[in-house]
Ligand binder design. Structure first.
Ligand code: CP
Length: 306
């Protein structure tokens, strides 16, 4: 009944959520009273723009209510996560948590009476991957048989994208000269390889040539981006990743669509004008966080009924 990683959901549940999210986008009024009087607790240990806004607006537009909790201003910061979660799940109908550690998201899932949604931890970003699949289906009309290349750091977004793509029949190639050690999930990669849809290479130019979609993400995880203690390491990472920037040069033989889950660091992982180029679907992708947040909440509500 949770969404801690995409592994928690069957392929049918993922596909149903994608289809429902697209219907929600076309016919929002049909879903206006879907969560009347229901409440979502949203707790954040890290910064967010899209995840917070999309889930809060999703609840409001479906007749419910969202409560924003900054971890540091709550007693989660002082007490046992289990106890605080037990309480939270007695006063709300859903919990969405953006935490530093996946192990804490799992503890919340164990302690909660209500569905817990992982709003992005160091290992996974399942809500982003669902929204990305919604965007691809919306733009291409299909998922199966498409080719997506992810160029960047192997991180939480990359993990969930691998899981999502290989579940719905998209071939995903990762070009990831750097791997965040805290994001490593060997089980996920073994499962993905078994599908025959997951490949990895360091030849970005070749990978991009026959791809339908090129996807990138920030090189530096949000919790480190402004941390002065991380400055030297951040500069080292940028030097290592610069040859893998999504640039006009890299895309010279490609007409692929460009995706980025945001926030964007223009001039780092992606050349600034590519963000606004005709092939960029980045802002449609970000808009779809709202429709897919509604789709995820409804899917979890439906799961509770069965
Ligand atoms: N992509 C994403 O999750 O955006 P935020 O970090 O702003 O929520």
């Amino acid at each position: 009944m949770h969404l801690l990683t995409l592994e928690d959901w069957t392929t049918s549940q993922i596909e149903e959520t994608i289809a429902r999210s697209l219907d929600i986008k076309k016919n929002p009024s049909k879903y206006r009273a879907k969560l009347t009087d229901e409440s979502l607790a949203m707790i954040f240990q890290k910064t967010s723009t899209r995840t917070r806004v999309s889930f809060e607006v999703a609840m409001t537009q479906m007749g419910g209510h969202a409560v924003f909790l900054d971890w540091r201003a709550t007693n989660f910061a002082l007490a046992d996560i289990r106890d605080e979660t037990k309480y939270l799940s007695r006063n709300t109908d859903f919990i969405m948590a953006r935490l530093l550690r996946h192990s804490d998201v799992q503890i919340m899932g164990e302690a909660s009476r209500v569905p817990v949604i992982n709003g992005c931890c160091e290992k996974y970003h399942p809500c982003q991957a669902i929204s990305d699949l919604v965007t691809i289906k919306e733009k291409k009309g299909t998922l199966e048989g498409l080719k997506l290349v992810y160029v960047g750091v192997h991180n939480n977004v990359c993990n969930s994208l691998i899981e999502g793509c290989t579940r719905v029949g998209i071939e995903i190639t990762t070009v990831t000269p750097r791997v965040n050690e805290w994001a490593v999930d060997k089980g996920l990669l073994t499962r993905a390889k078994r599908t025959g849809l997951y490949k990895t290479t360091l030849d970005a130019e070749r990978a991009v040539q026959d791809s339908d979609i090129v996807y990138t993400d920030t090189w530096v995880d949000m919790e480190f981006f402004l941390d002065p203690k991380f400055k030297e390491e951040k500069e080292k990472q940028i030097r290592q990743m610069k040859p893998y920037q999504i640039s006009r040069e890299l895309l010279k033989n490609s007409d692929a669509w460009i995706m980025h889950d945001m926030p964007i660091h223009r001039g780092y992982e992606i050349e600034a004008d590519i963000v606004d180029s005709p092939n960029s679907i980045i802002f449609d992708q970000s808009e779809n966080r709202l429709h897919s947040a509604k789709g995820i909440l409804i899917e979890l509500a439906e799961m509770l009924k069965t």
